[in-house]
Design a protein around this ligand. Structure first.
Ligand code: BEZ
Ligand code: FE
Length: 305
């Protein structure tokens, strides 16, 4: 019997799905029709496959209600849930295939925000910002190696304690974030702080889930970038510290091998002077005291439209 001819009494575990899809397909938007049919099919298959119990379904609804109720303009628990389930990373991978040589993308996360514009070389960290100084510099070019002048480079990172400015109720001005534009040779440079490993928000329903699944909530140290130029696609990415112990356990699946970079220690006083960096004293791995600053260098490659 065709699904459309069924009376409600006839609906069974086996024929309910085509009936729901049929009743939901009376719309013109072909893409929406397709996506909803798949959503109904897969979610019904999930319930059938797992033989979901009534108690489990109720627990799921209660959980999703809590996730929704936890959201505020500054706290997007829904995105966080998508992140820790790997859905954000999957959507990113499908929608941002990378051409050979082009820089790979990474997750945006919930801490991107409006930022001030800066001149090349300026510091995005406020005077008293917590953290060790880090020079971040590089170039932006296309896949043929041609520099792309005037690319907007939007950068953001945590302070040295692992907090974004948005997580500090005392802060009403952006900190450790800024927008730069590449020069004629496609170059950019800025001073920030050495990014550190930090916990993603853990005090809400997503934290409950991570604990339930015995999962880490620590992101490896990274600096976020959004690069934009009118002739190129927008690239959302991040650079991850090579020496973080958490790269393999990233709770939001943003790390890619090509995005792991050395956060190197430099003792170059001339460079420090050029960028107005206050060098700091540190005991190196050899046990010897050194004076210097951190440096992260990367040459980004964008795909032209
Ligand atoms: C972040 O890197 O800022 C981030 C990404 C996903 C979830 C939480 C934080
Ligand atoms: Fe981050």
């Amino acid at each position: 019997m065709a699904a459309g001819n069924l009376s409600p009494d006839d609906l069974t575990i086996d024929n309910l799905t085509p009936h729901v899809i049929k009743l939901s397909s009376n719309i013109e938007n072909e893409r929406l029709k397709f996506v909803f049919a798949k959503l109904i099919q897969y979610s019904h298959d999930f319930v059938r496959d797992t033989k979901l119990t009534t108690a489990e379904w109720e627990a799921a609804w209660q959980y999703l209600t809590e996730v929704g109720q936890f959201c505020t303009p500054d706290r997007q628990e829904m995105i966080l849930l998508s992140d820790v389930l790997g859905i954000s990373a999957l959507v990113d991978a499908i929608n941002n295939p990378t051409a050979p040589r082009a820089t790979e993308s990474s997750v945006l996360g919930p801490f991107h925000n409006d930022a001030h514009e800066f001149e090349i070389g300026q510091s995005i960290a406020s005077k008293g910002a917590i953290g060790e100084p880090m020079l971040i510099r590089g170039t932006v070019s296309d896949t043929n190696g041609t520099p792309i002048a005037g690319t907007s480079v939007d950068v953001w990172e945590t302070n040295g304690n692992g907090f974004y400015d948005m997580q500090d109720p005392e802060k009403d001005e952006p900190d450790c974030r800024g927008i730069f534009h590449t020069d004629e040779q496609g170059r950019f440079a800025l001073v920030g702080v050495r990014a550190v490993d930090y916990p993603i928000p853990y005090d809400g329903p997503v934290g409950v889930l991570l604990r339930l699944l015995n999962r880490s909530n620590i992101r490896p140290a990274h600096v976020h970038f959004v690069l934009q130029h009118p002739e190129c696609g927008r690239l959302t990415t991040a650079l991850y510290s090579h020496d973080s112990k958490n790269v393999a356990l990233d709770p939001v699946f943003g790390v890619k091998k090509s995005l792991i970079k050395q956060f190197a220690w430099s003792e170059d006083t001339a460079l420090a002077k050029k960028f107005g960096i206050d060098m700091l004293e540190r005991v190196g791995s050899s046990g010897k005291k050194t004076v210097g600053f951190w440096i992260l260098e990367h040459d980004f490659v964008l795909m032209r439209k």
